[in-house]
Design a protein around this ligand. Structure first.
Ligand SMILES: O=C(CO)[C@@H](O)[C@H](O)COP(=O)(O)O
Ligand SMILES: [Co+2]
Length: 214
């Protein structure tokens, strides 16, 4: 299992320290939630922070863009050094065009779906997608409850992947801990994002290793 801790629950005045801890604890990537206060209520960071993080870690940076009209901003996150850029299906009418822009830069492209958004809404783009990110909570904040209705969506996307002979990854994000991570794995997820579970744990390495070995 690939584990990508979210730094939404990190100490923002000590991001470098927390990221180094995640590195030592065996994180496979760093998940960075970008929120603009419009697409979601919360506001976090922008390209300068991603660029600063790029300088202190070699771990892949997975940038989850929770912003309206990402077409205006994708190039800034490419320049900032993102390795995976995930855009929301609900945030743009130019989904294919945006994914193409990411792929052209030789960066992995992902699409995220809010809990209520059906998987059918991305079937026309599956050929361009490296990662499908299924949001498993009410997006925008860390530490929220996992919604089991997302498990059905995982199995639906697994079926679509088989039918189309594709090999994109399926990642889940929101309320992931041991039990929910296990359920998602059984449904077919191969990547887990975990924020509060890792940051609230006394030992980040134990939390990450427990998720990795699910
Ligand atoms: O995208 C988001 C929230 O919208 C996440 O990446 C959260 O940071 C996950 O946090 P936990 O639910 O694991 O605490
Ligand atoms: Co996220």
């Amino acid at each position: 299992m690939i584990v990508s801790p979210s730094i939404l629950n990190a100490d923002y005045l000590n991001l470098e320290r927390d990221i180094k801890q995640l590195e030592r604890a065996g994180a496979d990537a760093i998940h960075i939630d970008i929120m603009d206060g419009r697409f979601v209520q919360n506001i976090t960071w922008g390209p300068p922070t991603v660029s600063a993080i790029r300088k202190v870690t070699n771990l892949p940076l997975e940038v989850h863009l929770m912003i309206d009209k990402p077409e205006y901003n994708i190039k800034h996150y490419l320049e900032a050094g993102a390795d995976i850029i995930i855009i929301h299906q609900e945030s743009t009418i130019f989904l294919r065009k945006n994914l193409q822009a990411i792929k052209q830069a030789k960066v992995q492209a992902g699409v995220a779906l809010k809990l209520e958004t059906p998987v059918e809404t991305i079937v026309h783009c599956l050929d361009l997608i490296d990662v499908v990110l299924l949001i498993t909570c009410d997006e925008g904040f860390g530490g929220q409850v996992f919604h089991p209705q997302a498990l059905y969506k995982i199995s639906q996307i697994v079926k679509l992947r088989e039918m189309r002979h594709l090999n994109f990854s399926i990642e889940v994000d929101g309320g992931i801990g041991i039990e929910t991570g296990k359920q998602c794995k059984e449904a077919g997820a191969g990547r887990l994002v975990a924020g509060s579970f890792v940051f609230n744990h006394r030992k980040k390495n134990e939390a990450i290793q427990a998720l990795k070995s699910l």
